[in-house]
Design a protein around this ligand. Structure first.
Ligand code: GAR
Length: 217
C-alpha cells in the first residue's frame, strides 16, 4: 500500500522533483496525491503536471487574511486525506491553527543549519557572518517559523571564494538527498513526532537531528 502525501510549493519545485524521481525509481513508496502552489507561475506545477499529479493554485493575494487563505488551503489538502504534508519551498508563514492541524504530520526543508539562520537569505547571511560551514535542515513544522523539531541536517564547508549562488547550488544537491530520505523514514513509520521531539527508530533525536552521511541511505 502506498502512502498518500500532498506537497506544497511556491517556486521551482526541485525538491518536489527529487520526491517524484525517488518514487519513480522505487526508492520511496509514497503517492504524491496533489501539488498545491500559492503562485500560478511556479515551475513546480509544470513538473507535477508532467508527472501526472493533480495540481491546485491558491493565490494568497485573493484572500483578505492569512487565516482565510490557510483555511481554504486546509480544505484542499484534506480532500486528499494525506498521511503527510510536505512543504517544499512553500514560502508562506503559517497560522497557528493550520500548523496545529498538521502537527506531527507536516515537514519542511530550510536552507540552514537550524536553529541558525531562520527566515530568508540564509546563504548570504551565513557568508556575511564568516561561518565556516553551512547546510540544510529537514524539520517537523510547528507554529513558530522554522522552529519545529529537527530530523536531518546536511552540511558543507563555506569556501573563501563562495558566493550565495555557489553555496545555494551545493546546498540544493544535499536537499534533494535528505528530503526524500526523511519522507521515506516517515512513510516507513521509522520517524515520528512525540511531544515536540523527533523520534527515529524509537530514539529521541538530538536538537540538531541526525547529520547526513551516505551510510544512512
Ligand atoms: C529550497 O532551497 C528550500 O530549502 C527553500 O526554498 C527552496 C525551494 O527550492 N525553503 C525555504 O527557504 C523555506 N524557509 P525548490 O522550489 O527548487 O524546491
Amino acid at each position: 500500500m502506498t502512502f498518500p502525501i500532498v506537497v506544497l510549493i511556491s517556486g521551482s519545485g526541485s525538491n518536489l522533483q527529487a520526491l517524484i524521481d525517488q518514487s519513480l525509481q522505487g526508492n520511496l513508496n509514497v503517492e504524491i496525491c496533489a501539488v498545491i502552489s500559492n503562485k500560478a507561475d511556479a515551475f513546480g506545477l509544470q513538473r507535477a503536471q508532467k508527472a501526472g499529479i493533480p495540481t491546485h493554485t491558491l493565490d494568497h493575494k485573493s484572500f483578505d487574511s492569512r487565516e482565510a487563505f490557510d483555511e481554504q488551503l486546509k480544505l484542499i489538502i484534506d480532500q486528499y486525506q494525506p498521511r503527510l504534508v510536505v512543504l517544499a519551498g512553500f514560502m508562506r508563514i503559517l497560522t497557528e491553527t493550520f500548523a496545529q492541524h498538521y502537527e506531527g504530520r507536516m515537514l519542511n526543508i530550510h536552507p540552514s543549519l537550524l536553529p541558525k539562520y531562520k527566515g530568508l537569505n540564509t546563504h548570504q547571511r551565513a557568508i556575511d557572518a564568516g561561518e565556516k560551514e553551512h547546510g540544510v535542515s529537514v524539520h517537523f513544522v510547528s507554529a513558530e517559523l522554522d522552529a519545529g523539531a529537527v530530523i536531518l541536517q546536511a552540511s558543507c564547508p563555506i569556501e573563501k571564494t563562495e558566493t550565495a549562488d555557489t553555496l545555494a547550488s551545493k546546498i540544493h544537491s544535499y536537499e534533494h538527498i535528505i528530503y526524500p530520505l526523511a519522507v521515506k523514514w516517515f512513510s516507513e513509520e521509522r520517524l515520528a513526532y512525540k511531544q515536540g521531539t523527533a523520534v527515529l527508530d524509537g530514539k529521541i533525536l538530538a536538537e540538531s537531528g541526525v547529520m547526513y552521511h551516505p551510510d544512512l541511505i
